[in-house]
Design a protein around this ligand. Structure first.
Ligand code: AHR
Length: 934
């Protein structure tokens, strides 16, 4: 008998519970941010290959990117000319003066394109330009695309010029033998004609291959983006939306309609001229043609040079934004919807999210919170209540549906620490869009990143997907870059005039975007240092197991798939791996690309995850899945009914009700709106909600009304107090079905809470809003400490064996752990534990001997510092007390107060920093709160 011994024993075990789901994955989970940076649009996605089409760039004379070209002894000149302009929008033309130009000679204007002009065999360009000439010259003008050495790849001609401006169109098609090249030019010339005459040219376009007949989207670039299966396109920026000065913001009305009517503007966010030939409609078509939805950023009165629009001048931008939303979404009966139809797109675009501004945290004044956000928020919500508003920084003046977080870091290890950023993060605030992120480790010769950077991004993405209930989506930034001129070090897709390539980060985006289900399923990993994972499944039973191995070793992993009726015997495996320092480039575009294979699979198999890799294993399973909730943890239940989302379930006078609960609510209201989710009293497959402040009392129904009552131990109580989780009846969140009345769900009706049937005879069974009223968002408990610490002075002692005689203290303004002997030591190790500066249900540690100074974290290290009154300080100095006792960072909930050797940090269990070391993590983060030493 022959036995087969695996080459390595499995060192990790990954269990995938295909029979349960933790959250839905929304349609916007993966997207792109698109703005005109790095020539993304101008010279990139915009398929016009002629640079400085409107002769305005840099105000140069002769116009930049244009040069005189002569042949056979012909002579002439070119210059910029504002006399006899085409129109008010485009007043600067190129004047070609033809001198000597007999038979066999030529005089023309050549355009060098955007770092060349791309040529491929049998390729057609749609040429259009406006021209006029001195009396008597009618043409022809010969139009060519030719090598910089003069080899003609495509030629055509137009004639019929007159003294007035006319638009001419023609096509150019390269021959079957044309070389794939970019060292080419576009030429408009008089070949042997027009001696002594002048010709004026303006708005010159040569549109190369496009993705679809409409939109003018350069085919290869749009194809690459479409291939990532994006859900949204955040447009048009980014800094580009703002401009450095107001005049150079994205003034969308200047970017629509006939291109010759667009004045263009200096893209002073990124330092080059924009013709605005890639306008708002093109941004929308880009999303549409990729099968995605636009996520629209509207200008919000702040520009990159720090200028803030005064309140009394803001209304014009509010109106501009409302008109813009109407252009995007309005029917053809509306003013701006009609304009969109006239521009060639009668159908409205879908739009769910509007972002007010971009990175307004740079505005050092409070204007965003004080009036810029409120004015736009109020106006948009009043006219478009269905739209979700994205804030670019935290505001208190109005609600935030979503907040936009941005993360850039050139260190892959530090970036990978973001993988747990949203685990345990506050579910009671706004949802999160990670509108920009990326590892910025491009080089001065390659504006795209390494595989190691891509793997760090992949690790972060696993965390975003795992937390899809909170994180509506993320976009790597920026998406596109010219490899000939860029402003941002690291980008997703690189291109030159003729070709393009995806970076390793691009392939990570593609693997996630095309290998994801509609729900997250729970996974547990033991062993496997360096692995990060997430698993998702579709309703149909496809399960995607995504594993990132950032370590330098193969990790042989036992994969166990539980909870499925059956698991197919074959899996599809897509793997991206290679040299961690490797990158792709325009000359080596496929150095690091994924490979796809099949392998044997089943409910249990071993997979060897290669060093430095991301892997997506696609399994097929049968059997359904039900939602699973976090048992024995504190939760709040937020109402999801539109217009009532500031309400939470609470008990009041022993009745279940909903009321408005927010960060400013009293600690006792927060306590009443916090529950501990227990395994169901009648069935462990379901749940019971125990009051946070009255342990032993549970929500139960009685005559269909939901009440708070002490568990009397009866089976009737257990059944009445048990609810089974289902996907939210309204499509998001969770619904809780009564265990003993399975057609009835926990519902708020007005402000009362019942178990209600859809369309039953009782008022609270009303079918109106039934689905939304029975759908809840499971949030962080409003009362965020699980254990109560009595107010007053305390000392905090370590529990790690060998360190139990040491206390938390400050020393030279740093938090340290030390043995205590002197009086000064005792004072330094004594803190007044006060209600948290950022949240009264958590705690802050005020120094006994330096009142007004608090322990805070700063770059993860604990320090003693005077409060500066800022929200950041308050958050950094607030810790929530959890069972143990452990002190959870208020603003980084996956990090806990830890001693690492004798230094104090906030640390995660197994993150990138040395202080995240998993060895002794639990003991190092567990403390005894004692009587004060000093
Ligand atoms: O992604 C590049 C730039 O980074 C964006 O324009 C801006 O929002 C951020 O600062």
């Amino acid at each position: 008998m022959v036995s087969v011994t695996p080459a390595h024993a499995a060192t990790a075990t990954l269990t995938v519970d295909a029979g349960h789901t933790t959250t839905a994955v929304g349609p916007y989970q993966f997207g792109h941010i698109i703005e005109d940076i790095n020539h993304s649009m101008e010279g990139g996605l915009n398929a016009n290959v002629v640079r400085n089409s409107t002769m305005k760039e840099g105000n140069a004379n002769p116009p930049s990117s244009w040069s005189l070209i002569t042949g056979g002894g012909g002579s002439g000149g070119i210059a910029a000319d504002t006399a006899g302009p085409l129109n008010a929008a485009n007043q600067r033309a190129l004047r070609l003066t033809v001198g000597t130009n007999g038979a066999g000679q030529r005089v023309g204007a050549a355009n060098s394109g955007f770092y060349g002009i791309g040529v491929r065999p049998s390729t057609t360009y749609q040429v259009a330009f406006w021209a006029r000439a001195t009396a008597g010259f009618t043409g022809p003008l010969t139009v060519t695309i030719e090598s910089t050495g003069g080899t003609v790849h495509a030629t055509s001609s137009v004639s019929g010029l007159g003294t007035g401006w006319q638009k001419f169109t023609t096509t150019l098609t390269t021959g079957a033998g044309a070389p794939v090249s970019s060292a080419n030019r576009f030429v408009v010339a008089a070949n042997g004609v027009g001696a002594g005459q002048q010709v004026w040219l303006n708005v010159v376009q040569a549109i190369g291959p496009t993705f679809q007949p409409t939109g003018n989207l350069r085919r290869d670039l749009q194809q690459l983006m479409t291939d990532t299966n994006p859900g949204f396109f955040r447009v048009p920026g980014g800094n580009y939306l703002e401009g450095a000065v107001i005049a150079n913001r994205f003034a969308w009305k200047n970017t629509i309609g006939p291109v010759e009517q667009r004045p263009g503007h200096q893209n002073d966010a990124w330092g080059y001229w924009s013709t605005d030939q890639f306008g708002l409609l093109n941004y929308l078509q880009m999303a549409e043609q990729a099968g995605a939805e636009p996520m629209l950023g509207v200008f919000a009165g702040y520009t990159l040079n720090g200028s803030v629009t005064p309140q009394n001048e803001m209304q014009q931008y509010v109106d501009e934004a409302l008109d813009e939303i109407e252009y995007v979404t309005g029917g053809t009966g509306t003013t701006w919807g009609a304009r969109r139809a006239a521009d060639g797109h009668p159908a409205p675009f879908p739009l769910r999210y509007v972002e007010i501004g971009n990175e307004d945290w740079f505005d050092g004044t409070d204007s965003y919170n004080a009036y810029r956000y409120p004015m736009l928020y109020d106006a948009i919500k009043a006219r478009y209540p269905q739209l979700q508003i994205i804030a670019t920084r935290a505001v208190t003046s109005r609600p935030m549906d979503v907040i936009d977080d941005h993360y850039y870091n050139n260190d892959p290890d530090a970036f990978a620490a973001l993988a747990t950023r949203y685990d345990g993060a506050d579910r009671n605030g706004p949802k999160v869009l990670v509108g920009e992120y990326g590892v910025t480790n491009g080089t001065s010769s390659n504006p795209t990143g390494t595989l190691s950077g891509a793997l760090a991004e992949a690790a972060f993405m696993t965390g975003m997907v795992r937390n899809a209930d909170l994180v509506i989506g993320g976009a790597y930034a920026p998406a596109l870059t010219s490899v000939d001129n860029w402003q941002w070090s690291s980008n997703l897709i690189g291109f030159n005039a003729v070709s393009s390539f995806g970076s390793p980060s691009y392939y990570v985006q593609k693997m996630f975007g095309t290998g994801v289900g509609d729900h997250v399923v729970p996974t547990t990993l033991s062993g496997g240092t360096g692995l990060t994972q997430v698993a998702t499944r579709t309703t149909g039973g496809a399960v995607y197991v995504t594993v990132v191995n950032r370590s330098a070793s193969t990790v042989d992993t036992q994969v166990n798939v539980t909870g499925a009726a059956s698991v197919g015997g074959t899996a599809t495996v897509t793997t991206l791996t290679g040299d961690p320092n490797g990158r792709n480039s325009i000359t080596s575009p496929t150095a690091i690309v994924p490979t796809t294979t099949t392998r044997g699979a089943g409910a249990s198999f071993t997979h060897n995850f290669p060093a430095n890799s991301v892997t997506v294993i696609q399994l097929s399973t049968t059997g359904g899945a039900t939602p699973v909730l976090p048992v024995n943890q504190g939760v709040s239940l937020r109402v999801t009914t539109p217009g009532y989302t500031d309400r939470s379930l609470r008990h009041q006078s022993n009745l279940g009700v909903t009321s408005v609960i927010g960060t400013a609510s009293s600690a006792s209201d927060k306590l009443d709106a916090s529950f501990v989710l227990r395994p169901g009293l009648a069935s462990a497959a379901c749940y019971s909600l125990e009051s946070r402040n009255f342990p032993g009392q549970f929500l139960r129904h009685q005559a269909y009304r939901v009440k708070l009552a002490a568990n009397d131990g009866s089976s009737l109580f257990a059944a009445d107090a048990t609810f089974c989780a289902a996907d939210g009846n309204s499509g998001e969140g969770i619904s809780l079905r009564s265990y003993n009345f399975p057609t009835r769900y926990l519902r708020h009706y007005n402000s009362e809470v019942w178990i209600a049937a859809n369309g039953g005879t009782n008022a609270y069974d009303s079918a109106t809003n039934w689905a939304a009223d029975t759908t809840w968002r499971i949030g962080t408990p409003w009362f965020r400490s699980d254990v109560t610490i009595a107010a007053g002075f305390h000392s905090v002692r370590a529990t790690t064996p060998g360190f139990t005689d040491r206390y938390v203290r400050h020393q030279s303004s740093l938090g340290v752990l030390s043995q205590i002997s002197t009086t000064l030591d005792r004072q330094d190790a004594t803190f007044d534990i006060v209600p948290g500066l950022a949240d009264n249900t958590c705690y802050s540690f005020e120094s006994r001997n330096f009142p007004g100074r608090y322990l805070r974290h700063n770059d993860y290290r604990i320090k003693l510092a005077a409060s500066d009154g800022s929200a950041v300080f308050a958050a950094d100095a607030t810790f929530c007390a959890k069972a143990g006792v452990r002190f959870q960072s208020y603003n980084f909930p996956d990090l806990y107060l830890r001693h690492y050797a004798t230094e104090l940090w906030i640390a995660s269990n197994g993150g990138a920093r040395p202080s995240d070391n998993p060895a002794n993590y639990v003991a190092d983060t567990t403390w005894v709160v004692e009587a004060p030493l000093g």
